[in-house]
Write a protein that binds this ligand. Structure first.
Ligand code: PLP
Length: 452
């Protein structure tokens, strides 16, 4: 099969998509009068369809579009709905709170219970809430700079921690820090603020931390945003050790790796973070994120408070930690992020990963599956050591065509990558139906998947 054949499949699938979704097409046309490309947030155009799919309802692991098509959803809002769409405990908590106050710039009654729950779950004593993981990461970087008196941070190449400008960087060929391409209206001098090294490169990390001028390393414990890159044996422990040695704080972003199990990836790996961020699914899909810190930060805060002149801290937003978010977070802590739910998700995702691996092996396709608990990703080539290697294997046109093929047959995958999430609402039947259609997908695409 060649590129012309791929273009042929894509054209056929685009036509099938458009022909069977007149209501989505109509809504797209109408919404385009006031929303560029008809969407209220521009990432919603990234699905590779001729016009966006409009959603009528999302429930559990399924989604219903306005034309009446039902999908099994393995994207799950790119993690926000990792515990299922509108889980009953969250819907009930929101409904109970909705008539009792939505925002009031005072702590809601649920606050103390939420603090206790977060401390127990993640093992850090001190917490604050934000609306998004982006905002939580921004706050964590500011805090780290404040207490260390150092201005630079370190991130791993091709990381993603939200739209925090100083983390939207890549490593240039000579090791220089370059802005990630495509950013709108950027102002940062990235080389001054940020050092970038490859994930799993302990020598480069140690050398970068050695001068003792890095406030914090901000890292996903396993990378999930440029293909899935798992830490090599001993890397996370060595990272922790290198941070401690150089007086650098370790900030762990568990926003995606919460899929690993109760309390996230780092905790399961026995790595103690100084600062921790988690967003997206943390409150069952309601906009909310959290950041926490331990004694390495807390013990230095009084001194920094006494140094700081009076005025706005530059942290926080008006609607953060509103009563609705606290109610949802409390319900999520008690009823969603449970050992039982994680065990179920892990089992289901394990079954899916094994079946995908078997399907690749049966056809002698050079593809593999990586998994972090409930989250898995399939891709071509050997397991990558870093995101540069992961990205080198990704074939965007092929990926887009496979996703559209699956979408037309009732299965949603995350548009940005071959990532699949399994929720507590994902049944064995969902998985079996997907695997049958995935077999058809391989019938169609195997020749291209084999190409170098
Ligand atoms: C690891 C990680 N951190 C933070 C974020 C930012 O989340 P949000 O877009 O909800 O602010 C993302 C988003 O994909 C992420 O993957």
């Amino acid at each position: 099969m060649n590129q012309a054949a791929l273009a042929g499949i894509l054209a056929r699938e685009q036509q099938a998509f458009a022909a069977t979704r007149p209501k989505s097409r109509g809504l797209a046309r109408r919404a385009s009068a006031h929303f560029p490309h008809g969407v209220p947030m521009h990432w919603m155009r990234d699905w590779g369809t001729a016009f966006p799919l409009f959603v009528r309802e999302a429930q559990g692991a399924e989604l219903l579009d306005v034309d009446g098509h039902r999908y099994v959803d393995f994207c799950l809002g790119d993690t926000g709905a990792m515990f299922g769409h509108s889980p009953a405990p969250i819907a009930q908590a929101i409904a109970a709170q909705a008539g009792r106050g939505l925002t009031c710039m005072l702590p809601a009654e649920d606050t103390a219970a939420v603090g206790e729950g977060l401390a127990e779950l993640f093992g850090l004593p001190w917490w604050q809430l934000t609306q998004t993981a982006t905002d939580a990461n921004r706050a964590v970087l500011k805090l780290a700079r404040e207490v260390t008196g150092r201005s630079r941070i370190l991130v791993f190449n091709h990381c993603y921690h939200g739209t925090v400008e100083e983390t939207m960087v890549v490593r240039g060929p000579d090791g220089a820090t370059l802005p990630r391409p495509g950013q709108v209206g950027r102002v940062q001098d990235f080389a001054r603020s940020t050092v970038v090294v490859e994930f799993n490169d302990l020598d480069a990390l140690t050398a970068a931390l050695a001068p003792g001028d890095i406030a914090c390393v901000l890292a996903e414990p396993a990378m999930t945003n440029a293909g899935m890159v798992l830490p090599q044996s001993g890397f996370l422990a060595a990272l922790r050790e290198a941070c401690t040695r150089s007086g650098t704080l370790l900030a762990v972003d568990e926003t995606h790796t919460l899929s690993a199990g109760r309390g996230g990836y780092a905790r399961a790996a026995g790595i103690a973070a100084d600062l921790l961020v988690c967003g997206k699914a943390i409150a069952g899909g309601l906009p909310c994120a959290v950041y926490g810190y331990g004694e390495a930060v807390a013990e230095r805060l009084p001194a920094s408070e006494s140094r700081r002149e009076p005025g706005h801290s530059g942290l926080g937003t008006t609607l953060s930690a509103n009563p609705l978010a606290l109610a949802a977070l409390r319900a999520s802590l008690a009823q969603l992020m449970t050992a039982e739910n994680h065990a179920y998700m892990d089992r289901q995702a394990g079954h899916l990963a094994a079946a995908l691996t078997a399907a690749f092996t049966a056809r002698a396709l050079p593809w593999r599956v990586a998994r972090i608990g409930a989250r898995l990703e399939f891709g071509r080539g050997a397991a990558p050591r870093n995101a540069s290697e992961a990205l080198a294997w990704i074939d965007q046109p092929l990926q887009a065509a496979m996703h559209l093929f699956l979408l037309n047959r009732g299965f949603l995958l995350t548009p940005f990558h071959n990532m699949m999430l399994v929720s507590p609402a994902t049944t064995f039947d969902h998985l079996e139906r997907f695997l049958a259609v995935f077999d058809e997908t391989l019938d169609e695409f195997a020749p291209l998947m084999r190409a170098p």
